[in-house]
Design a protein around this ligand. Structure first.
Ligand SMILES: N[C@@H](CCC(=O)N[C@@H](CS)C(=O)NCC(=O)O)C(=O)O
Length: 224
């Protein structure tokens, strides 16, 4: 098979790339990587030594593609997905909101969750508080931004929705989203019900027990 995705089923940034692959119905070989195991992670480290996933390897085109956003751009360019608006203001708007979700929500959510993996004495309560404050600002922005909208940019599901889905899925466990954020909660529900993401979440479900917070993700708690 031409495409191999180096990933882990629980990883939020990997979900972003998986959604794009599933949206496009693109055949690929999933290569699950355990970063804590040298043997399991050696092929990923050989391709992309910083060893952050997802990483897509395209044997047919001899290309290694890292970074979830770039993987989605690559799939649009070479595998026929249509997730990035082509032309006009929607192109930069998609780019801007994709950065918003990755940098200001997703990365802050990871900071909150990741602190639970730090050993006692090496925790960062100040950094976690800053992350939670920024997440709350994001919730307020998304609540305003999604008023009257189904998907983030225009009428079509696209790049920004791929970015928003895992960020908002896990964010609700890291910093519960108040039901008063009705537009935000409804958008999150739509993202979770999207078949491409519902499939990735179902595949992640057996690994939810490894989520490092007491408040474990559960599809049973989620609307179907
Ligand atoms: N900017 C990267 C972030 C990727 C990333 O942070 N992936 C996490 C998993 S969700 C990872 O590889 N973590 C392993 C580590 O930090 O050691 C992207 O958008 O793909």
């Amino acid at each position: 098979m031409s495409l191999k995705l180096y990933y882990h089923p629980l990883s939020s940034f990997c979900h972003k790339a998986l959604i794009a692959l599933y949206e496009g119905g693109i055949p690929f070989e999933p290569v699950s990587v355990d970063l804590s195991n040298a043997k399991s992670s050696a092929p990923l480290r050989a391709l992309w030594p910083v060893a952050k996933f997802p990483v897509l390897r395209d044997e047919a085109r001899s290309q290694t593609v890292a970074e979830a956003t770039v993987i989605i751009e690559y799939l649009d360019s070479h595998y026929g997905t249509k997730l990035i608006p082509a032309g006009g203001d929607q192109t930069w708007q998609a780019r801007m909101w994709d950065r918003f979700y990755d940098l200001h929500l997703h990365t802050q959510m990871q900071k909150v969750v990741g602190d639970h993996l730090r050993p006692a004495g090496a925790k960062d309560p100040f950094g976690v508080e800053q992350a939670r404050t920024l997440m709350l600002t994001c919730y307020e922005m998304i609540e305003r931004e999604m008023a009257g909208k189904t998907w983030a940019i225009g009428d079509q599901f696209g790049l920004v929705d791929c970015a928003a889905a895992p960020a908002l899925f896990y964010a609700d466990y890291a910093l519960p989203i108040d039901p008063a954020y009705r537009n935000l909660r409804a958008y999150r529900d739509r993202l979770l019900a999207r078949p491409a993401y519902a499939r990735a979440l179902k595949e992640a479900e057996p690994f939810f027990k490894y989520f490092p917070m007491d408040n474990k993700p559960s599809l049973e708690k989620e609307p179907t």
